[in-house]
Design a protein around this ligand. Structure first.
Ligand SMILES: [Zn+2]
Length: 76
């Protein structure tokens, strides 16, 4: 999978979760903490998805060229 395909998958997944969290009939009963843990789990999944396909989630470089510090990566 190329970085372009990964980015595309990321954006459609982001749209999904935003739509889902924005739909009060689905997520209306969630607390702010629920939402945070859902986003956190989703973030972790994305990081693993990118790494599984050999890319860094934060800088989008191949893992062998990535110099990002730590695990707490988040894209611009
Ligand atoms: Zn990186």
């Amino acid at each position: 999978m190329t970085i372009f395909e990964l980015r595309k998958a990321y954006h459609s997944s982001l749209d999904n979760i935003r739509g889902w969290l924005g739909d009060s009939s689905v997520s209306g009963k969630l607390t702010a903490l629920d939402r945070l843990s859902i986003l956190d789990a989703w973030h972790q999944e994305m990081v693993e998805f990118f790494e599984h396909h050999g890319h860094c989630f934060a800088c989008n470089r191949r893992l062998d060229r990535c110099h990002c510090p730590g695990e707490d990566r988040w894209p611009e």
